[in-house]
Design a protein around this ligand. Structure first.
Ligand code: NAD
Ligand code: ATP
Length: 519
């Protein structure tokens, strides 16, 4: 539900999340969570049976944990509203400009962005974008403020700005749409069901490239050194990891100009300096690159130097031509969704004890690890009970990860641009447990049952394993920070190429026509 004072046209000093909104939201969420726990057992316990002291303490600790969860989900909700608010403000600003420069009229009602409608008396509706149905085109996503500079070697470097555009049914006509549903004469039509091919256009030339490489590979080292020289000739600033800089400088003092970071602060500010990330390796290196950015991620250009390379469409031998065209733009982009995962401990007494969220590009897996017992995982989707996973475990996957572990566990392959969360069991001990695909807006909570025979283990894109004890939970929702990866063709073309070449999907000799036929 939108906060009551959600008003994208409003005064900037009056932002709801800056004015106690988060606190009120978390109180509401916490109260909801607390009520859920307190309701019948405690009251009945006190009134009817004289509850054992230890039992009451358990309930109290459960209440505190739910309250912490309420706060975590309130934070996620608040940042989502903030993002929507900023998008709407940008949209409204552009609408106002359009209003000044054309004979369009803008109807606004109830201060709500949902009521915006753009009318044109003179323009013919385009084949795909019918403006009478409230659809209009303008830039929707910019990378950052225009006056953002960073200091590199004493020089002020302005990070390249770009805009992303959504192509209309494959037409590169600069038109894209926001309204999902329009109501005209009581008929409901959907204008757009999911995002279309996205195109990134540089508004100023990219100047800084971060190269990330798979460790311990001679072929990767050779290509990396060559690429650094080539990019230097093109007058670009180059960043590499500290390990790689040491390797390069040990090879030759020529590489002394290559930059790196010294501490966590430098590392955390990378996204403000870097225009483009190049990965040299396999899918694991793309996952590594994504994991380095806990917030916004610069566009990634993945070169294939692994064995499978599902997410690495570019050939390293052709790096010069590829990079030339990428640096010039425009680039077709796949915006890969990530999942934001919070581990919430049963023992957490306060929200401060909530662990840092972890973002995954492929999947988060909860399994039985070294335990010989079945997992017993209670799964909730937006507070509705989904099921209890008794088996080896559960995979919550993004659509990008649908071709990785989830696929091996029997999940469907899903185009990476489809917004959804895959719910795929691992070896469930049940005949009827089929995988699910849930919408991207849900929040999932997976809790190790209090009566589970053993603990469970959670891992993030196959790494950072953590133990989940009885009562611990994993709360998972779609992150607002996707991973933009450059396409060789376009999203669909690259996806189909990967499933054909990487997995040999549905490879079968074609049946010859030389035989019996229907008469
Ligand atoms: N049984 C399995 O299939 C299984 C088991 C464990 C982990 N994994 C996958 O490995 C990933 C970690 O990758 P890594 O390279 O760090 O480990 P890794 O070196 O063990 O490689 C795992 C394999 O998965 C492939 N892969 C990774 N992401 C993919 C994707 N999105 N689509 C298609 N294939 C993909 C890689 O190319 C590689 O061949 C995990 O996120 C998980 O999805 C799969
Ligand atoms: N820059 C890096 N620093 C540390 N580890 C990395 C880095 N890049 C990749 N890795 C790790 O190295 C492992 C192998 O990487 P990657 O999957 O890219 O190569 P590969 O195994 O040869 O490729 P493929 O999986 O296609 O066979 C992965 O587990 C990944 O997390």
């Amino acid at each position: 539900m939108a906060p009551e004072n959600f008003n994208p046209n409003g005064n900037a000093s009056n932002l709801p999340w800056e004015d106690g909104f988060l606190d009120s939201l978390s109180i509401v969420n916490s109260e909801k969570a607390v009520k859920e726990v307190i309701q019948p057992p405690l009251v009945e316990g006190i009134d009817d049976h004289l509850v054992e002291f230890s039992e009451a303490m358990r309930t109290v600790s459960k209440v505190l944990r739910r309250a912490a969860e309420g706060k975590a989900s309130a934070q996620a909700e608040a940042s989502e509203w903030k993002r929507k608010y900023e998008l709407e403000r940008e949209r409204n600003r552009q609408l106002e400009n359009t209003e000044l420069n054309s004979n369009y009229t803008v109807e606004k009602g109830d201060n709500s962005a949902d009521h915006l409608k753009l009318m044109s008396e003179t323009d013919e509706p385009s084949q795909f974008c019918n403006e009478k149905n409230g659809i209009y085109s303008h830039e929707v996503l910019r990378d950052r403020e225009h006056n953002a500079y960073s200091n590199v070697h004493g020089k002020l470097i302005r990070k390249a700005s770009f805009k992303l555009q959504w192509y209309c049914k494959g037409e590169k006509n600069d038109q894209h749409k926001h309204d999902i549903v329009s109501f005209e004469k009581g008929n409901i039509t959907t204008a757009e069901r999911s995002s279309k091919q996205i195109c990134l256009k540089w508004e100023s030339p990219p100047q800084t490239v971060l190269i990330l490489t798979k460790p311990n590979s001679t072929s990767v080292k050779v290509i990396c050194a060559e690429m650094v020289r080539w990019l230097k000739e093109k007058k670009l600033n180059i960043y590499v990891e500290p390990r790689v800089r040491t390797e390069l400088v040990t090879e030759s003092a020529y590489y002394d100009f290559v930059q790196t970071w010294k501490d966590d602060d430098g590392f955390l500010l990378l996204h403000e300096k870097v225009d483009l990330v190049v990965t040299l390796g396999g899918d694991g290196t793309v996952l590594w690159a994504a994991s380095m950015f806990k917030g916004p991620v610069p566009p990634i250009v993945p070169f294939s130097l692994g064995s499978l390379g599902f997410m690495t469409p570019f050939h390293s031998e052709q790096y010069k031509e590829c990079l030339k065209s990428i640096l010039q733009g425009p680039i077709s982009i796949t915006l890969r969704h990530r999942l934001q995962c919070h581990v919430i401990r049963e023992s957490a007494k306060t929200e401060d004890e909530t662990e840092e969220p972890i973002l995954v590009l492929n999947e988060v897996t909860i399994d039985r690890g070294i335990s010989s017992f079945l997992t017993n995982l209670e799964c909730y989707c937006d507070n509705s009970f989904v099921t209890c996973v008794q088996g080896d475990g559960l995979i919550l996957s993004t659509t990008s990860g649908s071709t990785a572990y989830s696929l091996a566990a029997g999940g469907s392959m899903v185009h990476p641009q489809v917004p959804g969360i895959l719910f795929t069991p691992i070896c469930p001990h049940s005949l009827s447990f089929r995988p699910l695909i849930l919408p991207e807006y849900v929040t999932l909570r997976i809790q190790v049952a209090l009566n589970s025979r053993g603990p469970a283990w959670v891992s993030f894109d196959g790494k950072d394993r953590k133990q989940l004890s009885q009562g611990d939970a994993l709360v998972c929702s779609m992150s607002i920070w996707p991973v933009p990866t450059a396409c060789r063709g376009d999203s669909t073309n690259d996806f189909l190429h990967s499933i054909h070449e990487g997995l040999h999907w549905n490879l079968r000799k074609t049946q010859s026509g030389d035989g019996p036929r229907d008469s």
